[in-house]
Design a binder for this molecule. Structure first.
Ligand SMILES: NC(=O)c1ccc[n+]([C@@H]2O[C@H](COP(=O)([O-])OP(=O)(O)OC[C@H]3O[C@@H](n4cnc5c(N)ncnc54)[C@H](O)[C@@H]3O)[C@@H](O)[C@H]2O)c1
Length: 252
């Protein structure tokens, strides 16, 4: 690896599975120290342990991104281990199984909006001051093609993903003067713990993807490589964009 993230310290949410796990591995391979955070402390710990086994540096914390105190405790774990932060990956998220509004109950609405969108306020307010204190850095959020389109998600998911893209743009505008760059990754369908149960329940829904230009769904590592680019100086002139990575899905 080329050490594109040498010296960086990254707080990664949803690090126990899928894209967050792949991002954590890639970041460590590129020289970053990783603070792997997940609501499931065991999967977060497993991600960190794998990084350490591979010769990298990582610690982990269990935290629900909707909970201010748990997030503050997780931030402290990284500060105690590595002394500061330069990178925030806001990635934890859940799906709504494309539930239309009138079938979406209060619990589903609150969970999806809470985890996918409202948590950005909590986590960013906990980590960004440390990034600024350290001289600046990068924030990468995981948005979606559902940040642009209806239909990939349902009412709650589409709302949350439109919202997180707006959040990212405003962050980029407001904190550029503090040497902070923020961008969003907007994936199409990617094979992870989030999508697999959906496809297993309805295998015919996968047929759609044989018609997209790439003729496949994405792999978590496709997303991790884009995250490295957006977190590194290779993307130093990109501010506040939603970068679509979808195998051409949005063309169809
Ligand atoms: N998989 C796709 O096709 C796809 C497409 C577009 C966007 N996304 C987005 O990518 C992100 C990552 O999803 P994934 O596909 O890797 O899913 P995943 O289910 O494999 O991983 C999500 C991780 O987030 C964690 N998490 C869930 N709720 C949490 C909470 N309250 N606090 C902390 N951690 C929590 C889970 O435990 C899990 O480890 C999500 O924001 C998702 O909306 C996924």
């Amino acid at each position: 690896m080329s050490g594109k993230l040498e010296g960086r310290v990254a707080f990664v949410t949803g690090a126990g599975s899928g894209m967050g796990q792949a991002i954590s591995y890639r970041f460590a391979d590129e020289g970053a120290k990783v603070v792997a955070v997940d609501v499931n402390p065991e999967t977060a710990a497993a991600t960190a342990a794998t990084i350490v086994e591979r010769g990298g540096e990582a610690v982990s914390a269990g935290a629900d991104v909707r909970d201010k105190e748990q997030v503050a405790a997780a931030v402290k774990v990284g500060l105690d281990a590595f002394g500061g932060y330069s990178t925030l990956i806001l990635n934890a998220g859940i799906f709504d199984n494309q539930t239309p509004l009138l079938e979406c109950d209060d619990d589903l609405w609150e969970r999806v909006i809470g985890i996918n969108l409202l948590s950005a306020y909590i986590v960013t307010k906990a980590v960004l001051p440390h990034i600024i204190e350290g001289g600046g850095g990068t924030v990468v959020t995981t948005a979606s093609v559902a940040s642009f389109l209806a239909g990939s998600g349902g009412a709650a998911y589409t709302t949350s993903k439109h919202g997180i893209l707006g959040f990212t743009k405003q962050l980029a505008l407001d904190y550029a003067s503090k040497n902070v760059r923020a961008n969003a990754i907007c994936p199409g369908a990617v094979d992870t713990g989030l999508t697999r149960p959906f496809w297993e329940a309805d295998p015919s829904s996968l047929e759609l993807f044989s018609a997209v230009p790439a003729r496949r769904v994405g792999d978590a590592d496709d997303i991790a490589r884009l995250a490295v680019f957006l977190a590194s100086d290779d993307s130093s002139f990109i501010y506040g964009h939603g970068v679509v990575i979808d195998g051409g899905f949005m063309l169809t």
